[in-house]
Design a protein around this ligand. Sequence first.
Ligand code: FAD
Length: 454
Amino acid sequence: MEADVVVVGLGPGGEQVAEDLAESGLDVVGIEAELVGGECPYWGCIPSKMMVRAAGLLAEGRRVPGMAGTSVVTPDWSPVARRIREEATDTWDDTVAADRLREKGGRLVRGRARVAGPRAVEVDGETVTARRGLVLATGQRAWVPPMFEGVQHWTNRDAIAAERVPRSLLVVGGGPVGLELGQVMARFGAAVTIVEEGDRLALAEEPEASELIAEVLNREGVVVHTGVEIERVEPWGDTGATVHLTDGRSLRGERTLVATGRRSDLTSLGVGALGLDEGARSIPVDGRMRVAPGVWAVGDVTGKGAFTHVAAYQARLCVADILGRPRPEADYRALPRVTFTEPEIGSVGLTEAQARRGGGAVTVLRDSITASARGWIHRGEGFVKLGARDDVLVGATAMGPYGGEVLSHLALAVHARITLETMRSMIFAYPTFHRAVDSALWSSPSSAAKMAGA
Ligand SMILES: Cc1cc2nc3c(=O)[nH]c(=O)nc-3n(C[C@H](O)[C@H](O)[C@H](O)COP(=O)(O)OP(=O)(O)OC[C@H]3O[C@@H](n4cnc5c(N)ncnc54)[C@H](O)[C@@H]3O)c2cc1C
């Protein structure tokens, strides 16, 4: 089989490359080992956010007393499981996505591809050759530490497909996946314990965000253990595990969700045939997503940020390069991240620690979300933190109600290298959550340091 472009892996990155190139008239073959659409629509972003939304409604219902009357909230997982099956994943059937690719002129090959050379892959013994380019978009999979071998456990996929909420859930890993799914399950009635090896939850975020999310989770009944190491794991009951910590304590759950990160498997992809290190964590790409002459890579596999929006951004750059259309090279300075816990953690660019490591005159400003009248009205919790170098905004966190939405103009400001002085000259609508940005801008750097515990 031959095509102009061969795309391996049809998650958000590869699917967009394949569809856009096919639409622009190229002969495209897309190869997919599982479901066209990848992790995001079937086991990631979409169904997990449906779960978050449902759990958020329960939390809102529980807030009625003292603000709007009385409420009795009775969680029921069945509508969540049903929506995930019927509305989000078609019960994990990708016919719609596969047809969309074909309608745009692409050809779909089902199977697991292995790179055979600079412009060729093998699928089930057949060679597929690319006349113009090979695009690798194979994503990542949940990484499960070897100590869980032989012990029943969930990854994100099992949690998303769950038809029932376990009585108790042990979550191993306090990153975005563990935090979002842990809080959801707790709000639906599971006794949740989160175990994190690092000294705080949400390690990639500002320490204030870690502190606040731990406090909120505790209040919601979630038990959090940070700075602990797992010594060994053994089966418990029919479906559960006992996790023995090196400090002698043991923890148990009817189910154990392993959320210890995600990794690419470059060995089975066979990138050695391109002269690349198969033991590496990611495929190195340049600013146009080029790996080698005639080879591109996009999405999680590039290690530039495991987010659908990174895959989509890189797909555009890759398509432009293959079609010979000029476009600015990749720039990740203003890469936004959102952890959809409640409060939601939205952040962009550098954290304070990263900004300080980079030198220059660093200013850090911060204020509570309740400083915006709307945050106070809602009894919201959270903060806005801004980091500037030589007065140019280089990073920000908006934690609180709709933190990911409040983040939007901060991401624009980092992207466009806006100064704090320019931001101070803006008018912020009253009373909105994002007015906390205005009050942070006018706060004094010393009070910000004091609030951050510095
Ligand atoms: C629980 C969870 C929640 C998430 N929530 C968010 C969120 O809210 N926002 C966000 O931006 N991101 C979120 N993500 C991350 C997001 O899902 C990924 O960043 C995104 O799916 C990456 O897209 P991709 O195209 O790089 O890879 P993937 O989506 O992983 O797709 C890669 C595809 O390649 C296929 N493949 C792999 N190897 C081969 C091969 N050798 N041959 C053929 N096919 C192959 C796979 O089967 C897969 O379909 C979440 C992830 C998880 C797990």
